[in-house]
Structures are given as C-alpha cells and as structure tokens.
Design a protein around this ligand. Structure first.
Ligand code: GLP
Length: 240
C-alpha cells in the first residue's frame, strides 16, 4: 500500500489526477468513479487537463460505486446526475459509457444483480476511486457489511444520512436505501485509489489503514488488496 500525504487539498487533487491520467492515457480503460465531495477537486483537475492539455477520455468507460434507491435519475442529488454535473458532462467521456445502478428500478434487488453482472462482463474495473465515510464506509457499505459482499441493496447508517443531509433540503429527504457495489466487488478492481481530506476523516482513515480488518470498519478491506494508493491531506492523515 502506498500512502501519500499532501499538504493541501489542491495537492491531493493533483496527485490523484496523476494516477488517473496515467490510466486514461494508456489506452482503453475502465474507471471506477465515486461521488461525494472528496473527489470533486480531483475531477476539476482532470477537467482542467482535458481543456488545457488535451487529456481525452474518449477511450474510457466508467462504473459508479453506488446510487440512492428511490431518487429519479433527474433528481440533482442522484449520483447519476451528480457524476455528470461534476465530471462527465465536462469531458469527452461518452454519456453512454458511464454506468450506474438504477435507483428507481422497480426491483432494486434485481437491479443490483444486473449491475454486478454488467461490471463483470465489462472485464472489471481498472482503477477505482474511493472516498471514505466518517464511519469508515466505502461506497455505501456501512459498518457490519460482510467483507466479501457483492452489489446489493443496503440501508444507510444514520451517521451517513446525517453526513449527507447537507446535500438535501432536510434530513427527511435523504433516502434510506441504496444500491452499492459490495466490498467483494470493490476489491476486484485492479487498483484502489482512496482519497481522504479533512479532519472529520482522520479517525476513519486510521482505523481503515492501521486497525484490524473488520466489518466494523468496511474500508479496512483495503488492507486485503495488493494494489492500493491512499492520498490524504494532513488533516485526514493526522491520526496515521
Ligand atoms: C457518500 C458516498 C461515498 C463517499 C462517502 C464520503 O455517502 N456514498 O461513496 O465516498 O459517502 O463522502 P464525502 O466525500 O462527501 O465525505
């Protein structure tokens, strides 16, 4: 595991964009994209490189980590919409090349199985961007999740709903269910790129990297993977 500690969030974004650019330039690549606020500066840096340096995503495709159940795609906080407004619509990554679980599917369990199969039939993910929840979740795999889980319908922890309430008018509007790639699914990506910024992530990051591998801290599964890059700012890395 490589751990890079950067002085500022802007440096984290450059460092993470460097990792992703090397894949994107190497040929056809399958990216694993994450939403949440953490990767946004990295996406902005990639957008800048696309505009100013000709970085092209035309040969890339992408799978999202997770999605809320019950939000229409058109809802501005659906991850389908968020990844487009934050990244995809600003670069030459074809809209149809970006897949995500359909949160409004009539049968979410069946949709989770379909999505798992879609990732597999695409040959898996080359490099997976991950954020970390303040409770140690990755994707929407909350504490208690089985370390080998596949893409599934899950319940959001109350901590996660509280954390994500800032994106909605009130906490009552935060969905209670999600479809998320499982911990086993995420672990099959060939390279995991975890980004963590801010003091609110310090305890979770320390538990993930230096604590026991346990479903109490889903991000601790990173310790089971042989190709992990962690990029953190000083605040997030303060307990390492
Ligand atoms: C969200 C997402 C995760 C994300 C995490 C941290 O709920 N499901 O994929 O990594 O929680 O979010 P943020 O980066 O906004 O702190």
């Amino acid at each position: 595991m490589e751990i890079r500690i950067e002085a500022h969030v802007a440096h984290v974004a450059v460092s993470a964009a460097d990792v992703l650019e090397s894949y994107v330039r190497s040929g056809p690549v399958t990216l694993g994209l994450a939403t949440g606020s953490t990767p946004v500066p990295t996406y902005r840096e990639l957008i800048r490189r696309h505009r100013e340096e000709g970085l092209s995503f035309a040969r890339s495709r992408a799978f999202l980590l997770d999605e809320y159940v019950g939000l229409a795609r058109s809802h501005p906080e659906s991850y389908y919409s968020v990844i487009r407004s934050e990244f995809v619509s600003h670069v030459d990554l074809a809209d149809t090349a970006v897949q995500s679980p359909a949160g409004q599917a009539a049968d979410p369990e069946q949709e989770a199985a379909r999505y798992e199969a879609a990732i597999r039939s695409a040959g898996g993910v080359d490099v997976q961007v991950l954020g970390i929840g303040s409770n140690g979740h990755i994707g929407f795999n909350e504490p208690g999740e089985h370390l080998d889980s596949r893409t599934h319908v899950g319940l959001l922890a109350e901590q996660t709903r509280t954390d994500n309430a800032r994106f909605f008018e009130s906490i009552d509007d935060v969905p209670r269910r999600c479809i998320t790639q499982g911990l086993g699914t995420i672990r099959e990506a060939r390279h995991l790129l975890l980004i963590a910024t801010g003091a609110a992530k310090a305890d979770a990051l320390a538990a993930a990297l230096h604590g026991p591998v346990t479903s109490d801290c889903p991000a601790s599964v990173l310790q089971l993977h042989d190709h992990v890059t962690v990029i953190a700012d000083k605040a997030a890395a303060s307990r390492l």
